[in-house]
Design a protein around this ligand. Structure first.
Ligand code: ME8
Length: 504
């Protein structure tokens, strides 16, 4: 079968050792989208990784008394461990210190140089080391870096430049002709108003003041600017310019790059221009999400609002962190992280709605039918709405996922789960159980409930993979149809508590 392909990426993260819930948030959303596409039969390539070069890392390694590579190796292992705890199903974890990546970046730099799109000159300007960003005077806010608010340094050195100016018109034309390219649409206006309208200046793409980077092959005292290095990961990971570029041929262009709003300008200006210069297709969409904040501030060690996400995973479980991240913040906007709200979501949705429904239903199936139920089809009026709702769930979830409303997609599933609890309250199975003549009606009610739980658990797989597995296991039924089916049968296992309520 020739499956449709889907290529999705997260940014490659700085191995700074400060991984926080904000990084987890975007990665969980990307993972849920990747898993959802797999569920829908797509051939998915989901890529993440680490962005390991630059003076920031070199300095951190120096103060730790180790080599930069030793420094990042340890953090990369921790990062992989974190992703495994959160069930992040990436296909490739790319490190910018990987040999194939380094070779690819060197080739890209040389191609652009040979074409005349990269040229040698002198750089003098303002540089923010923590953000690895160059700024013009007018972009500074109160004389400081507009992203992080820290001091910028005046630097002057021989450097290579990428001709952004040459491609400005082509870029704006591309934006206009591809309205879905930058999402949400407000981010496109930000890019045009804040960066493009004032005229793109050529970008300094090499440094000579430190060594921890990818050397320019034809001028070894230069290392490639980290953003050129980092952005290339999206194609180096697919084997672009290598002996085996079959993945590149299959998966490029990317279907979606998911990135935080503060790095949109690299992804929607520098990256498309690199691709124009290389003669490659553009990604189909670049989605800029908002920030998860704590007490209204972006999470950061320097603001003192940083917490290791492992604390929450160990305390509440991966799926609780996943659920909270997906539901709490509309993808694209900023949102606030609070442990109190996480507990509230855990108690009200996961324990009371989902956990309770599964527990009640399986217990009744055990109690009244020794665990075995099939469809007796003794239906009443109330059933048709319920059955329709079960069958319509898949297309409702699909509609939300189409527009990346991942939180609302999960919300649709929880709406059905809530209705299922209501269906129990209205059909009162424990009353039916008292009447020998209502036995088939009782079995029909429980069958409908099991179908609702089964379809919900299948559709929950991308979002809450562990929980979904546990439910399927309790149901003892692996049918993965996403609609209500008439002729299923169940032989359930013992009920198991899915989520324990937590008292604040
Ligand atoms: O920018 N809430 O790496 P990075 C949501 N290496 N997202 C957040 C966040 C928060 N509180 N804090 C950070 C880099 N992020 C580059 C990327 S890609 C070619 C190179 C997000 O580790 C942030 O918005 O600083 C960004 O998208 C991602 O984490 C990586 O940040």
């Amino acid at each position: 079968m020739n499956k449709e392909k889907f290529y999705i990426t997260t940014p490659i993260y700085y191995p700074s050792g400060n991984f926080h819930i904000g990084h987890c948030y975007a990665t969980i959303v990307a993972d849920s989208i990747a898993r959802y596409k797999r569920l829908k039969g797509y051939d998915v390539f989901f890529q993440t990784g680490t962005d390991e070069h630059g003076i920031k890392i070199q300095k951190k390694a120096e103060s730790a008394g180790v080599s930069p590579k030793e420094y990042v190796d340890k953090i990369v292992e921790d990062t992989k461990d974190l992703w495994s705890k959160l069930n992040i199903s990436y296909n490739r974890f790319l490190r910018t210190t990987d040999k194939e990546h380094i070779e690819c970046v060197q080739k890209i730099f040389k191609i652009l140089y040979d074409k005349g799109d990269i040229y040698k000159g002198h750089y003098s300007g303002l540089y923010c080391t923590p953000c690895e960003s160059f700024w013009t005077k007018t972009q500074l806010v109160d004389g400081k870096c507009p992203d992080c608010g820290r001091e910028v340094q005046e630097v002057k050195e021989e450097a290579y430049f990428l001709k952004l100016s040459k491609y400005q018109e082509q870029l704006v034309k591309y934006y206009d002709e591809h309205p879905d390219f930058i999402q949400p649409i407000s981010r496109k206006n930000e890019m045009i108003n804040n960066f493009i309208n004032e005229g793109l200046e050529d970008l300094c793409v090499s440094r000579t003041s430190f060594t921890w980077g990818i050397p320019v092959t034809f001028d070894q005292k230069h290392v490639v600017y980290v953003w050129i290095d980092a952005l290339s990961n999206y194609i180096s990971s697919l084997g672009y310019l290598s002996e085996d570029d079959s993945l590149f041929k299959k998966f490029w262009p990317a279907d979606i790059h998911i990135v935080g709003k503060e790095i949109m300008r690299f992804h929607t200006i520098v990256w498309p221009i690199m691709l124009f210069a290389l003669g490659l297709e553009q990604p189909k969409q670049i989605f800029g999400h908002g920030w998860l904040k704590v007490d209204g501030q972006k999470i950061s060690k320097s603001f003192g609002n940083y917490k290791d996400p492992r604390e929450y995973i160990d305390k509440y479980g991966a799926d609780v962190v996943r659920y909270y991240s997906l539901r709490e913040v509309p993808f694209g906007s900023d949102g606030n992280f609070s442990e109190d709200n996480l507990i509230m979501r855990l108690n009200s949705d996961l324990a009371n709605v989902l956990g309770n429904l599964v527990q009640r239903t399986i217990s009744m199936v055990q109690k009244y039918f020794a665990g075995k139920v099939s469809n007796k089809k003794i239906r009443e009026d109330i059933d048709s709405d319920f059955i329709n709702m079960i069958s319509e769930l898949s297309s409702k979830v699909d509609k939300q996922m189409e527009i990346l409303n991942v939180g609302d997609a999960v919300g649709e599933i929880f709406d059905l789960l809530r209705c299922s609890n209501k269906y129990i309250d209205e059909t009162v199975p424990w009353v039916l159980a008292k009447d020998e003549n209502k036995k088939d009606r009782l079995e029909t009610v429980l069958y409908n409930l099991l179908e609702s739980i089964r379809v919900s658990s299948c559709l929950l797989t991308p979002f809450l993979p562990d929980t979904s597995d546990k439910i399927k296991n309790q149901l003892g039924n692996l049918n993965d149809s996403l609609e209500y089916i008439d002729d299923n049968s169940y032989s359930v296992n013992n009920p198991e508590i899915l989520f324990k309520r937590v008292e604040k």
